[in-house]
Design a protein around this ligand. Sequence first.
Ligand SMILES: Cc1cc2nc3c(=O)[nH]c(=O)nc-3n(C[C@H](O)[C@H](O)[C@H](O)COP(=O)(O)OP(=O)(O)OC[C@H]3O[C@@H](n4cnc5c(N)ncnc54)[C@H](O)[C@@H]3O)c2cc1C
Length: 438
Amino acid sequence: MADESKLQIAIVGAGIAGLGAAIGLKHHPAIDVQVYEKATELREIGASIALGPNGMRTLERLGVDNALDDEIAFRNKSKYPMIYRHWKTNEIISTDSHAGEVEYRHLTARFYRAHLQEALAKHVDPSRIHFSKAFESVTFDRTIRKLVITFADGTTATADIILGADGIHSPVRTFFVPTSSTAWTGWVAFRSVFLYSHVAHIKDLPDEANHFWGPDRTLFISKLGRDLFTVVGSYQADPDAPDAPYKDSTWNSDGDVDTLRDFYKDWSPLVRQIVDAVPSTRIYPNAAAHPLETWVLGSGKVTLAGDAAHAHGGAFAAGGSLALDDAWAFVSSILYVLPENATRKPNDAEILKALRIYEKTRKPHTDRVMSVVHQNNKNKVARYSQARELETDEQLRTRIKNRVDPSWIHEHDVQAAFAQAVADETTDQVSAGEQARL
Ligand SMILES: Cc1cc2nc3c(=O)[nH]c(=O)nc-3n(C[C@H](O)[C@H](O)[C@H](O)COP(=O)(O)OP(=O)(O)OC[C@H]3O[C@@H](n4cnc5c(N)ncnc54)[C@H](O)[C@@H]3O)c2cc1C
């Protein structure tokens, strides 16, 4: 039951961002956090997820140390976050590197998504998560001075602040910004997770996370925790072509392993053996949206986190870490206006200030990520449209070597960004005060 004597924070969506924010706020004596989730239970898609050092550090900062355990987090022994191989020869063409000092426990890790979700959920009181609560709309009741959320089942809940953490198609976002819906990018992934025993027999199987690149498609492989293995095949199509394959497929729909095998039939024998061993696969047509003008919505009482705030569509395998950093920044911004020893609830101006600090901490960084993602998507589609078969082997190798270095995304320092946002907010206030005196 919501406690109205406290600052009521309603989190919509129990994904990585929503659970992360709920964990960060749960010990605060003056805050009542409730999580409203559309699904009937906590459930993840049968796929893998990578977290970079930023996400791993934030998990630790949130107290979710159990997620860093080798039992569920698979890290490359070589410490390279990613190894890039040639589709025909299997040669290593390039590697990503961590830019700064990264301790072992914070190295880039791959998880089975359900393992990560379980690790997060262990830190949230189950009575705080309300299932089958699909956000539909919200109004502000001037009499009680509360936001009133209406769910699809006709029930309502009140809140002082709403954090929309309801994923890439975010109903909270599209309620406030109807033009912010997503569009298919033309990128399609075939994702499979299965027991390692299926591939254990393959001679020369790399035992680290590797990304094989070919002229128009890629194949990612990695061990995961608890003896699992993942294979992710992906390719780029022209999203505007009326006959583009999988254009109308549903996210997370049944895929066909024979089609997957056919896709890689000209690749190296090693890749073909891996693909032959895949027992089943699912299809994920990828969508993305453009950055929002502001994250401060609903007259300064509503904001967004995770894919809801920046629907970048999974590029750079960064969404999980971005969602965790958003959660931490949101929590820190709330604690800034409502420290644990506060004697009263924050007023509207203070809530607005918290949301502004949160936006200043996160939006410049995620906008930059989004602009690189959209540029990359444009380049991929252009390459696809311009007879990709003309790419020579040398051009492919150069493309692999010249890819975007993602370390600025995976090692972004959210704590430093928050400190800067607080400093900027203080400066803005001082100058506003000075202007008022003039
Ligand atoms: C193909 C692909 C591959 C990816 N690979 C990676 C990767 O390797 N590494 C990585 O970091 N990221 C990856 N991502 C991105 C990553 O999965 C997301 O960025 C991350 O899960 C975002 O978490 P979230 O909490 O914002 O959203 P979600 O995990 O989507 O959670 C949103 C929650 O909101 C709920 N919800 C939806 N609508 C409503 C409603 N109306 N009311 C209430 N609840 C609602 C949903 O049921 C869900 O539980 C990938 C994404 C894609 C598309």
